[in-house]
Design a protein around this ligand. Structure first.
Ligand code: ATP
Ligand code: MG
Length: 704
């Protein structure tokens, strides 16, 4: 290194401070001079101790240290310097005259950096000092740079730590957010599950309600307040409409249910308006099914309101009331028939008594006045009248009926030939009897009359010919009863059908009324079917009618079967005779005219007669004459004690007397049938002398 180099090396910095340690003053001066000349600040120390303290105080940049010194030598001094924190880094260069490797090593081990041998070469000293100062400077810079770096590292570490903390906070935040999210997810999943369950419940409920809606017996729908159809149930669709598309989104009144009449359509439209205004609308309608059947419906239109009271939709609902209506009609019809029957029966009863007197005395007179014609006319007219009242009584079921087990097919076979003759050759007659025996409790004469009346009507309905069918069969009636008055059970059914003109809808309800006829005056009295009605009713049966105009009519008769079969059938009845007798007969009759006739007729034919004016009178007279009375002729209906009661009283007292009841009417039909069932004898009013005498004889001659 040149002097100039040293200069430049130290130019920009403060002068380097060099501590020279030597016990020899000369040496100190030489070295000091040499260095001072080269722009160094020189400090000096003459022993180890002061060198250590001076170095600690002044902190030189380099120390030149002599080895051989009194007291603490150079090595020791160096070691001390290296132990001291403040001086540890100061480079130490040993100065010695000892140029041996051993010393150099010892010096370097003590912590020195270099070694110069005395006497110095100025150049070498300067070079070595320069090098070590440079090294020290570089070291210093390195240390600074290091410090700087460390500071930077520290700074960065700090920054990183902050960032790290921030990151941790962020992570924590994120974690919290994630946890929150997870919680939300769980809640959401629960919500979704709830929603799904609700949806499922809704679907189940929808299915349930749909099933109720569709399977309902009623015709149900849903419309807008304007009456545009939104929904209809299966029942409604099945009732005459092919598909939903035929009705949905159409006005209710224009749907295919309302084909019956334009008026009905209009009525429905008005009902929709009424319901749209918030009022409940109810009305009856008629529907025609595709197969042409007529159905009656009880219809309603119910407005559905929201919370504000605005009509939001309408619910049309229809209930099939056809069977109700039918029942209602049947009931009305039977009530009407009952009323007519009561009226007709009452009139006929009074007429009977009158006719009994006319015919009775008339016939007695005729026997006396054989040449007078006028009585024959009177009697003929009275006879007609008697027949009429007889028919009316039959209709009103006030006619005495003597029933016994009869076989339906037997009755049909008996009348078969007569019917063929009556209906003539233009009409084909087919009669079919079931091989089964159909035993019923019946008055066979009356049953024959029923068949005759029906056949005659059928004939009249087929003036240009046709077919008449007569059929018998056994039917078991369960739920579907042809008439509400029947009970489930076994029945004999007689069907009489024709292919005639049929019966108009308007008059169907009236054909069984007495005197209702569509036939011209003189051709029909209108009593035929009323007699049929009365007889069948009295037999505990029912007659139904079905008819189609210009196709034909079918009458069906249902009669309850009695299960005790053919063994109960009675042998044919004994023939009637008209002869008198000598027995004593008690005659009880409240109507004077009738009583006189009965008493006179019996007396004329040889009988002993005791007269009684009423029931009580009869009983008293019986008691008084019980030994000789062989027959009691009792009017059934009398004020006070009636005939039946007289009979019962006598029997109670042990009387063995025979009884013949006379009646055209009894107030209580059940009581009457009670008498019939006991097998008592009856005589129907009006009574002819012939009928009276033969019946009296028959009863007196009966085996006990
Ligand atoms: N088989 C039938 N076909 C068509 N119409 C019938 C038939 N049977 C009865 N009718 C109608 O019912 C009415 C009443 O019948 P009903 O037998 O009671 O009286 P009628 O036949 O007119 O008179 P009558 O029987 O007293 O001679 C008849 O006038 C007729 O209009
Ligand atoms: Mg008739």
């Amino acid at each position: 290194m040149t002097h100039e180099d040293l200069d430049t090396a130290q130019m920009d910095v403060k002068k380097p401070v060099i501590l020279i340690v030597d016990d020899d003053a000369n040496n100190l001066a030489v070295v000091s001079d040499c260095l001072t000349g080269f722009n160094f600040t020189v400090l000096v120390a003459e022993d180890g101790e002061s060198a250590v303290s001076r170095a600690d105080y002044a902190l030189p940049d380099l120390i030149l240290l002599d080895i051989m010194m009194p007291g603490m030598d150079g090595y020791e001094t160096c070691r001390r310097l290296k132990l001291q924190d403040s001086t540890r880094d100061i480079p130490v260069i040993f100065m010695s005259a000892l140029d041996e490797t051993g010393h150099k090593v010892q010096g370097l081990e003590a912590g020195a950096v270099d070694y110069v041998t005395k006497p110095f070469h100025q150049e070498e000293l300067l070079a070595r000092v320069g090098v070590h100062l440079s090294i020290r400077e570089l070291n210093r810079r390195l240390v600074e740079a290091n410090k700087l770096l460390e500071a930077r590292v520290e700074e960065r570490t700090r920054e990183l730590a902050i960032t790290n903390r921030e990151l941790e906070v962020e992570i924590a935040e994120r974690q919290a957010a994630q946890e929150q999210l997870q919680k939300q997810t769980v809640i959401l999943e629960e919500k979704v599950e709830e929603l799904l369950a609700a949806q499922k419940a809704l679907r189940t409920s929808e299915q349930k309600f749909r099933a109720i809606f569709d399977q309902s017996f009623q015709l149900i729908g849903l419309t807008t307040p304007e009456g545009i159809i939104l929904e209809v149930n299966r029942t409604a669709l099945d009732f005459g409409v092919a598909a939903e598309s035929d009705v949905l989104n159409r006005p209710f009144w224009e749907s295919p249910w309302w084909t019956y009449s334009p008026e009905q359509r209009e009525h429905v439209r008005k009902a929709v308006q009424q319901a749209a205004s918030g009022e409940f609308a109810r009305f009856e309608t008629i529907h025609l099914t595709p197969d042409g059947a007529t159905h009656y419906f009880d219809y309603s239109l119910k407005p559905i309101l929201d919370e504000q009271g605005t009509v939001v939709m309408l619910i049309p609902e229809g209930r099939d009331i056809t069977s109700h209506k039918k029942l209602e009609d049947q009931l009305r019809q039977s009530q009407k028939m009952e009323a007519i029957g009561t009226l007709a029966g009452g009139v006929a009863h009074d007429f009977n008594n009158i006719l009994t007197i006319i015919i009775g005395f008339g016939s007695l007179l005729r026997d006396k006045l054989k040449d007078d014609d006028s009585l024959t006319h009177i009697l003929a007219a009275a006879d007609k009248g008697a027949k009429l009242t007889h028919s009316l009584l039959t209709f009103s079921r006030k006619q005495i009926m003597e029933t016994q087990p009869e076989e339906v097919n037997e009755i049909v076979r008996t009348i078969d030939k007569i019917l063929r003759r009556v209906i003539g050759d233009d009409i084909a007659f087919h009669s079919r009897c079931t091989p089964e025996k159909l035993v019923i409790m019946a008055d066979s004469g009356q049953m024959e009359q029923v068949l005759m009346n029906l056949a005659v009507n059928a004939r009249d309905a087929m003036p240009r010919g046709g077919v008449l069918n007569l059929e018998t069969e056994r039917v078991e009636l369960t739920e579907e009863l042809p008439d509400p008055s029947l009970v489930p059970g076994s029945y004999a059914r007689i069907t009489v059908s024709d292919t005639g003109c049929g019966i108009d809808e308007e008059i169907r309800q009236r054909i069984f009324e007495p005197f209702f006829t569509t036939k011209e005056v003189g051709r029909g009295t209108g009593l035929g079917l009323s007699i049929v009605y009365g007889i069948i009713k009295q037999h505990g049966g029912v007659v139904t009618m079905q008819s189609e105009v210009s196709k034909g009519t079918c009458f069906r008769i249902y009669l309850p079967l009695i299960e005790a079969a053919s063994t109960m059938l009675r042998e044919s009845q004994p023939t009637t005779r008209m002869v008198g007798g000598t027995e004593t007969i008690l005659v009880a009759e409240d109507n004077d005219g009738v009583r006189h006739f009965l008493v006179k007729t019996l007396k004329d034919f040889g009988y002993q007669v005791i007269e009684a004016q009423n029931g009580e009178d009869a009983l008293a007279k019986y008691r008084a004459n019980c030994n000789r009375i062989q027959l009691m002729l009792l009017d059934v209906v009398m004020p006070g004690m009636n005939g039946r009661e007289v009979c019962d009283a006598v029997k109670e007292e042990g009387g063995q007397v025979r009884v013949l009841f006379v009646s055209g009417f009894t107030a209580d039909i059940i009581e009457q049938q009670g008498i019939v069932n006991k097998g008592a004898a009856f005589l129907a009013k009006p009574v002819t002398a012939h009928a009276l005498l033969s019946k009296v004889r028959e009863v007196l001659d009966r085996r006990r």
